[in-house]
Ligand binder design. Structure first.
Ligand code: HSE
Length: 423
């Protein structure tokens, strides 16, 4: 049996989980673990403190280490550490979505030159096996669409807003108290985390390089109790959806934003911190993968899985199999959100004047927007009314023009929200 030496960078929630899982595998030897604070008390039974180092370069430059497991996050100094490790001929297992989304192309190219692999099952949707299925058993398919709930924190907040009629602020506070949301929740609530994940999924599904800067990104911070209520009344749930689709012409549309999801849709039923990824392709049809997207144990299942798959490969050969090597060379033709077609939810506050709905309807019509549902429930105390419209499939740029025109009228006081709809 070949014993593989592992050097870990990071020993937080995920790192300690991985350490515990790997204890039962005799062919895996954890040789060194790099941490920021070497004096911090570790909640791991029978842990040998001598494994710890505060210098991660000690790991990436150690000739005895075969696989570097990176579970520390961020891009600095992680990018340089992993480049050094690859240059030193080490295989990489990482959970770092941000690094792969921003610097994946450079790292994968270098890894290929050095004949090592980078595995990253834990980077997307925690414990859900999604990277490996796309790269292996689904490789005969032309994949055309991925739609997913890829961020547990925001799904938890939106679920609680809907179930308990909470405001965004109260639901966020509760999520923080329960440890679902971080003290600085920006990365999750503004859609960065989901954007990194959909960038990774889109690049392997479409086999093209995705530019993270061209991904349209809108978080959940502007969702109000009124939006949740109106959505429910119209038969929808609001979810933060990460979407990637490729047209017949090869145009790639990748984005993250909240959507009204029909309550009959599978994604509408995915609640709390659970993640779900739906993939469509030919010849397979539609697939759905659902499960825990974060947390020590689910994430360590994916990290340890990658390590053991790699160990089994390296038992048989020093050369990793080509499917595990990612080498997208073509750049995706990513389109701007303004070019996309969607159904829309538009909520406006109008003054209680005769003809306000008529004015709104005329402006929509003039901008090629066909209304499919319209809802107004009475008049507010200040003599205004909330009017909610669901449109048929329309072009984003037309909808944005219509919103500008609506705001220029006397009767439309405010655009409360514009959300896209999934049926
Ligand atoms: N913060 C993420 C989430 C998990 O809430 O899903 C790690 O990407």
């Amino acid at each position: 049996m070949k014993i593989l030496n592992i050097g870990m960078i990071g020993f937080g929630t995920v790192g300690t989980g991985v350490y515990k899982v790997l204890q039962s595998f005799k062919n895996i030897n954890i040789k060194k673990i790099a941490v920021k604070n070497i004096n911090k008390k570790r909640n791991v039974e029978n842990f040998d403190e001598k494994l710890l180092t505060s210098d991660a370069y000690e790991i990436v430059n150690n000739p005895e280490i075969d696989i570097v497991v990176e579970v520390s996050g961020g891009t600095d100094p992680t990018y340089d550490l992993l480049k050094t490790a690859i240059n030193n001929g080490k295989h990489i297992v990482t959970a770092n979505k941000e690094l792969l989304a921003k610097k994946g192309s450079e790292l994968f190219k270098l890894a290929q030159e050095k004949n090592v692999v980078i595995l990253y099952e834990a980077a997307v949707a925690g414990g859900i096996p999604i990277i490996m299925p796309i790269k292996t058993i689904l490789c005969a398919n032309k994949l055309t669409k991925i739609a997913g709930i890829l961020n547990g924190t925001t799904n938890y907040i939106l679920t609680k807003m809907a179930e308990k009629d909470l405001s965004y602020e109260t639901a966020l506070k509760q999520a923080q108290e329960l440890g679902y949301a971080e003290t600085d929740p920006t990365g999750d609530v503004k859609g960065f985390d989901a954007a990194y994940k959909i960038a990774i999924l889109a690049s392997i599904s479409f086999n093209k390089k995705i530019d993270i800067n061209k991904i349209y990104k809108e978080g959940i911070t502007k969702i109000t109790e009124q939006d949740i209520k109106s959505a429910k009344e119209l038969g929808y749930r609001i979810k933060l959806i990460a979407l990637a689709q490729m047209s017949d012409k090869g145009e790639v549309d990748v984005r993250v934003h909240p959507m009204l999801v029909s309550k009959k849709h599978l994604l509408a039923k995915v609640n709390n911190a659970t993640n779900s990824v739906m993939i469509s392709g030919y010849p397979v049809g539609d697939l759905a993968f659902t499960g825990p997207g974060a947390g020590s144990e689910p994430t360590s299942s994916s990290v340890a899985g990658d390590i053991l798959v790699l160990a089994s490969e390296l038992e048989a050969s020093d050369k990793p199999i080509p499917l595990y090597v990612r080498n997208q060379t073509e750049i995706a033709n990513q389109i701007d959100i303004s070019e996309t077609y969607n159904e829309y939810y538009i909520s406006v506050t109008a003054s209680n004047n005769p003809g306000a709905i008529g004015v709104a309807g005329t402006i929509c019509g003039n901008n090629n927007i066909n209304i499919s549902t319209i809802m107004q429930k009475g008049i507010n105390e200040d003599n205004t009314a909330e009017i909610v419209v669901i449109t048929e499939r329309s072009k984003e740029s037309d909808v944005q023009n219509a919103l500008k025109e609506l705001l220029n009228t006397d009767c439309i006081k405010k655009i409360n929200n514009l959300l896209r709809v999934m049926n």
